[in-house]
Design a protein around this ligand. Structure first.
Ligand code: YOG
Length: 135
């Protein structure tokens, strides 16, 4: 059985989100607000087609993609950049590359011990988040 990311996930830890935001050029005031947010992910997976919705009390962000198909992503409401984005499988991991102005930008999702992990990276900065399924 292939891995199924579908579901609603609540953040339980968030390491170096500040460094990731600095790397993206997010201003001080916005970082202070963003640093206390508790994002919830709602993931819909149908085969290789995904929608990942990230909800907070401040801003929401949605992305839809098919694994292996490049698309233009505008990180609207985040750092508002245009990226040429592609997500691929690495075994059961979802590996996203966001090509654009920022070097070494992307993210990786995986599931371990029933928890959803997300590594967000930009330049030299890596942020590690863990989410648990909502009860
Ligand atoms: O998720 O790429 O699951 O899109 C990263 C925010 C804060 C806004 C959120 C709102 C980076 C102000 C998306 C945060 C900081 C700060 C929640 C993470 C930018 C602006 C919307 C992400 C992927 C993988 C799917």
């Amino acid at each position: 059985m292939p891995v199924d990311y579908s579901g609603t996930w609540d953040i339980v830890s968030n390491v170096n989100f500040e460094g990731y935001m600095v790397a993206l050029g997010i201003d001080f005031a916005t970082r202070k607000i963003a640093s206390v947010l508790k994002p919830q992910k709602v993931i819909e997976q149908k085969g290789d087609c995904f929608t990942i919705k990230t909800f907070t009390t401040f801003k929401n962000y949605d992305v839809s993609f098919k694994v292996g198909e490049e698309f233009k992503e505008v990180t609207k409401g985040l750092d508002n950049r245009l990226c040429q984005t592609v997500v691929n499988w690495d075994n059961d991991k979802l590996v996203c590359v966001q090509k654009g102005e920022k070097k070494n930008r992307g993210w990786t999702h995986w599931i371990q011990d029933g928890e959803l992990h997300l590594e967000l990276f930009c330049g030299e900065q890596v942020c590690n988040q863990v989410y648990k399924r909502t009860l």
